[in-house]
Write a protein that binds this ligand. Structure first.
Ligand code: HEM
Length: 508
């Protein structure tokens, strides 16, 4: 008996010592001695694993930390010392300091999965800016106008599929439907049969399963499956590239990528990769290689399908809670003559010009993305010790800029926890400038999202068609939300859908 007690006491003492040394190490040895500032408040948890278990198990992990420490605090999660910041002042300092103070820091296995030539979202150095220009070319400007009728068509047919089902788990359905929509818009409308589309979707699900997991490439493990998924997706995108004659513009992202050009200094990385076409270009430019087109198309597909599904689900949630907002949207559609006179349910063909006139719908999207930003926060590695709010964040640490907590708690938004699209209606350009870093659902600074215009247009069209075509009741109007991989309701948001009835047929 005595042996058991001695053993238990020894384990407890050893454990206590290990924790004390762990905390001491972080408080005293990790600090940058050249900077005369303390580390931010906060706790580093257990030796080696830090507070990772708490993060995984406690849904309100970050909320509790914010309540206790405010806008800046330290912790240790996912194998790294981390400082989390939630005020616009700190967030803007970090995001504007890209490449000087901080840089994007993504685990090696994710970088490899994202592409052989280097995905834009993990790329650093001189290749990043020219490739980002290519993304902008493909996802905004003239291309947006071309995407508009296709977006309306795919959104409408997807909603009609929801209406057939009636009782649905919104997030699950939207993930599937939005993946199909994104693939049609980005990879091409008729390039793949339904069965092929299904295989691409399954491959993408396997791929995304590896984004927040252990990095082991062992058969059966997520990273191994993700590699398999990535190969499948590459083979289909390769097929789409091959089926695209140089001169034909199919109006999808692949066609635009094949026409895009990069400066010559952005040399291809893989020797055996080939340039995609030989059309004459200015001497200092070159076409993207086949592999670069593949990587860019795959990245657009993943980014679009994952974040917009979250935003669409939040639109269903918030408009489900606020019938009065649906009525106002319908009124705006009526004012602009967009509801077809014959039935009051179908929407006229939309164009980018028509969409820019719908100010209230734009405010609704903005408010949804403020209150429920799909990407809750962004990660950066500190390149040189950062000084923020009287604290130091040592070189090598990770900084998380929380978008969600900042947008929800910012003092500049009156009743910031409430859904109120009107708050955006009368914001002057001057105020808009001041609010630049208070509301950043698409990030900010050097790495701001190049797909934001594409996403905003898709979300606008989704909102218009949803409100015009559908009625819905939420089974659980106040679901618990999970933050990873993007913000989503834990119960997938069960709801009962029915077609919206024309007011002409039912004047009562
Ligand atoms: C509602 C939808 C979307 C949201 C909320 C969103 C949000 C974001 C955020 C917050 C970032 C910055 C990440 C960082 O700073 O580390 C980002 C980057 C990025 N997004 Fe989006 N995004 C959306 C849709 C899209 C779409 C539709 C595409 C492409 C089709 C896209 C492609 C990208 C890419 C390639 C980057 C990396 C940019 C870089 O590192 O320079 N996103 N997005």
């Amino acid at each position: 008996m005595i042996e058991i007690v001695i053993c238990a006491v020894s384990v407890a003492v050893a454990w206590w010592l290990a924790r004390a040394m762990w905390s001491y190490y972080y408080l005293n040895c990790m600090k940058d001695e050249k900077v005369d500032l303390p580390l931010p408040p906060g706790t580093m948890g257990l030796p080696f694993i830090g507070e990772t278990m708490d993060l995984a198990m406690k849904k309100d992990f970050w909320e509790k930390k914010y309540e206790k420490y405010g806008n800046i605090y330290k912790t240790h999660v996912l194998g790294s010392p981390v400082v989390r910041v939630t005020s616009s002042e700190f967030v803007s300092t970090v995001l504007r300091g890209e490449n000087t103070l901080v840089k994007i820091g993504v685990p090696r296995h994710i970088e490899e999965l994202l592409g052989d030539c280097g995905a834009l979202s993990v790329m650093t150095g001189p290749k990043h800016t020219p490739l980002k220009q290519v993304f902008y070319q493909v996802l905004s400007g003239i291309s947006l106008g071309e995407f508009c009728p296709r977006m309306q068509e795919v959104v409408r047919s997807n909603l009609d599929m929801l209406l057939v089902k009636k009782n649905i788990a919104v997030y699950e359905e939207i993930k599937t439907l939005n993946f199909q929509a994104s693939s049609k818009l980005l990879l091409g409308e008729d390039r793949f049969a339904a069965s092929e589309m299904d295989k691409i979707r399954q491959a993408a699900v396997e791929f995304m399963g590896a984004l927040f997991t252990v990095p082991w490439n062992i058969p059966g493990f997520p990273v191994w499956k993700a590699r398999r998924g990535r190969q499948t997706i590459n083979s289909y995108i390769g097929k789409a590239i091959d089926s695209n004659s140089n001169d034909i513009d199919n109006g999808d992202a692949i066609s635009h990528l094949l026409k895009a050009a990069l400066p010559l200094h952005c040399r291809r990385l893989t020797k055996d990769d080939i340039y995609t076409n030989s059309t004459e270009l200015q001497p200092e430019y070159r076409r993207l290689t086949r592999m670069e087109v593949m990587d860019a198309a795959a990245e657009m597909l993943f980014m679009s399908s994952i974040s917009t599904s979250s935003a669409m689900t939040s639109i269903v949630l918030l408009l489900g809670q606020h019938q009065e907002v649906r009525e106002k949207i319908l009124a705006e559609l009526g004012e602009h003559g967009l509801l077809m006179a014959k039935d009051d349910v179908n929407i006229q063909p939309l164009t980018t010009e028509k969409l820019t006139k719908l100010k209230y719908v734009q405010c609704v999207i903005k408010e949804v993305l403020r209150l429920k930003p799909p990407v809750g926060g962004v990660f950066r590695k500190v390149l040189q010790t950062l000084e923020l709010g009287g604290y130091q964040i040592p070189r090598g640490w990770t900084v998380i800029c929380s978008i969600k907590d900042m947008q929800e708690n910012s003092q500049v938004f009156k009743d910031g926890q409430n859904f109120n699209p009107e708050r955006w209606l009368h914001v002057s350009p001057e105020e808009s400038k001041q609010l630049r870093f208070e509301n950043i659902p698409f990030g900010g600074g050097h790495r701001v999202c190049p797909g934001r215009k594409f996403a905003q247009q898709l979300l606008q069209i989704f909102t218009i068609e949803l409100v015009a075509r559908c009625n819905w009741e939420l089974t659980n109007p106040n679901p618990t939300m999970a933050r990873l991989p993007v913000l989503h309701p834990v119960d997938s948001l069960p709801a009962v859908f029915s077609p919206r009835r024309s007011r002409h047929n039912h004047p009562d």
